[in-house]
Design a protein around this ligand. Structure first.
Ligand code: PEP
Length: 250
């Protein structure tokens, strides 16, 4: 039985003061073990968030990791550094990094490997653009993005991955894939995993991301292969994020 994971992606938002308020609100929304909850925060706030979340069940995550272990890579943050701050998760391959920072699927695969090597769980994002969907290339695009990671990861590590299906056209746009559209892609991704290892495929959490909100979360999370959400905008308001967690409990 897969647990549900609700993970917030704060992106480049927050301040010391605003984070304190948000984290205090999030702490009121958790309290049982039915749903896994995580926040993926900007790197400069890892220490603040790690301290604030100590003793709670909310897990800490980062939004990116270097492909390298250490050395002359100005501006990069290594997996070991994220471990130092108690991170459990790191997002890799978010569409914003693919499009604004030129990250190829090969780079994303190396980041997933770097995360695993540091004992972190990579949340591997895949997703198609609107043009690709309109051209009926969704399965091919997300399949190729996933395969790049599956080709790189050791068979024994497949079950350690978290996958996030994030249609690019739904991120931050207010447009959401219908539960049926999302489920269809999640099923493709799980089948792709199962082609490598059926047992691992049954264990891997596949999250949906793309304008998930309190009013659409329950319907999306009710689908058989949707095991949680990667939440952007709605993760910045404690009431909304807590409402999504509440929907996941049902
Ligand atoms: C995201 O950036 O991962 C995301 C899903 O954003 P939003 O929920 O704002 O669409």
């Amino acid at each position: 039985m897969r647990r549900t994971l609700i993970a917030g992606n704060w992106k480049m938002n927050g301040s010391l003061a605003a984070n304190d308020v948000l984290l205090a609100g999030l702490k009121q929304g958790v309290g049982d073990d039915l749903v896994d909850v995580a926040v993926c925060v900007p790197a400069p706030y890892l220490a603040q968030c790690a301290a604030a979340l100590q003793g709670t069940s909310i897990r800490l995550g980062a939004q990116d990791v270097s492909t390298s272990v250490s050395g002359a890579y100005t501006g990069e943050v290594s997996g070991a550094m994220l471990q130092d701050f108690g991170c459990r998760y790191v997002i890799v391959g978010h569409s914003e990094r693919r499009s604004y920072h030129g990250e190829t699927s090969a780079v994303v695969a190396r980041k997933a490997l770097a995360a695993l090597a540091a004992g972190l769980t990579p949340i591997v994002c895949v997703g198609e653009t609107l043009d690709e969907r309109d051209a009926e290339r969704t399965a091919a695009v997300v399949g190729a993005q996933l395969d790049a990671v599956l080709d790189a990861v050791a068979a024994t590590d497949l079950a350690k991955l978290v996958i996030a299906y994030e249609p690019v056209w739904a991120i931050g746009t207010g447009k959401t894939a219908t539960p049926q559209m999302a489920q269809a892609v999640h099923a493709v991704l799980r089948a792709r995993l199962a082609a490598r290892d059926a047992e691992a495929a049954s264990q891997v959490q596949i999250l949906y991301g793309g304008s998930m909100k309190p009013d659409n979360a329950a319907d999306l999370l009710a689908m058989a292969d949707i095991d949680g959400g990667l939440i952007g905008g709605a993760a910045l308001k404690a009431a909304d994020f807590n409402a999504i967690i509440a929907a996941a409990r049902q």
